[in-house]
Design a protein around this ligand. Structure first.
Ligand SMILES: [Mg+2]
Length: 196
């Protein structure tokens, strides 16, 4: 038997179609008409044209909304994990805050029940002082060998500790300047090809 590959997975917009759910919620509540292509940065203060505190309050509002609880699995993710199958370890490392544990685990259990080994909340998205961890540190602690991510900053940080990253292509992670151990991918089919 070969060595078990330890795969690290981001949650939002890798396993879950979170951006779609958030757009739907934001457009309903704030009367906007944003589409996926409009989200050209994950600094949502710039997209929503609001202060940092207002952004945090909206993110918490979204977490409490029905749209959040109805978030779908990302296209191809369920089939992708099924195809990759056993003989690998799957660890979810999300920047969501720890207080989202219950609602987040409900979504993970809904779509990805049996194969996930562990789930880690770094709280980086809300930057609670003293409570946030860094994805690259969690990856190192777990011995992650490859990480799938859509956020450019996190991808760079994980690549910076010599862990190869598959960067899921999105409107908010476009750049000419990717580290050599970050590979841009366009679908779950492509992720499976690279990991199998
Ligand atoms: Mg993400």
């Amino acid at each position: 038997m070969g060595e078990i590959l330890k795969i690290g997975l981001d949650l939002d917009d890798v396993l879950l179609a979170t951006n779609d759910a958030m757009l739907k919620w934001h457009n309903r509540v704030y009367g906007t008409s944003y589409a996926r292509k409009d989200i050209v940065t994950w600094e949502l203060t710039k997209v929503w044209n609001c202060t940092f505190d207002e952004m945090l309050s909206r993110i918490h509002e979204f977490y409490a909304s029905p749209e959040h609880d109805e978030t779908l699995a990302f296209k191809g993710a369920i089939e992708g994990i099924e195809t990759l199958g056993e003989g690998k370890e799957y660890h979810i490392i999300t920047s969501r805050p720890g207080e989202m544990h219950g609602k987040t685990m409900a979504l993970i259990q809904k779509y990805f029940p049996p194969l996930v080994e562990s789930v880690h909340f770094t709280s980086q998205v809300t930057e609670e002082a003293g409570r946030s961890r860094k994805k690259e540190h969690v990856c190192l602690e777990l011995g992650i060998q490859v990480f799938v991510e859509d956020n450019l900053d996190y991808a760079r940080n994980v690549a910076g500790v010599e862990i190869p990253v598959l960067l899921f292509d999105t409107p908010w992670n476009q750049t000419e300047d990717l580290p050599s151990n970050v590979t841009r991918v366009y679908s779950w089919e492509e992720i499976v090809e690279k990991l199998i």
